[in-house]
Design a protein around this ligand. Structure first.
Ligand code: SF4
Ligand code: SF4
Length: 111
């Protein structure tokens, strides 16, 4: 893969799919948010359709509820310091079919 520079378009956080959580991640996010883990589990997670994983909830539009924007309007992750491995590993170690077409880093390329 050529040098990858994230342009913070936020498209990967709008992609309709599960942000799966690994062991310990719900507790880390809850701690960052300053809420009890039980509250985080109840209000911010759901079981994936295959019932194999826990994932973050999303808005009715399919956007991760933790997608925010900084003062300049660039996308940012509200839970950046505790975001799940799936997010940290995108796109090198985890991605989804067709991700290059959605990723702003390749917006100028003829894919
Ligand atoms: S947790 Fe953060 S990086 Fe991951 S999908 Fe949500 S907003 Fe994006
Ligand atoms: S889609 Fe690509 S450029 Fe946009 S925020 Fe995600 S990684 Fe960065």
């Amino acid at each position: 893969m050529k040098s990858f520079v994230c342009r913070r378009c936020g498209n990967c956080c709008r992609w309709p799919g599960a942000v799966k959580l690994k062991t310990g991640e719900p507790e880390a996010i809850a701690a960052l948010l300053g809420i009890p883990a039980e509250e985080f589990y109840e209000h911010h997670t759901r079981i994936t359709p295959d019932r194999m994983h826990l994932s973050l909830v999303e808005t009715p539009e399919g956007v991760c509820e933790f997608l925010g924007a900084d003062d300049s309007g660039k996308a940012c992750c509200v839970i950046e310091r505790a975001k799940p491995a799936q997010c940290r590993e995108f796109p090198e170690r985890w991605n989804f079919p067709g991700w290059r077409k959605s990723c702003g880093a390749f917006a100028d390329e003829d894919l």
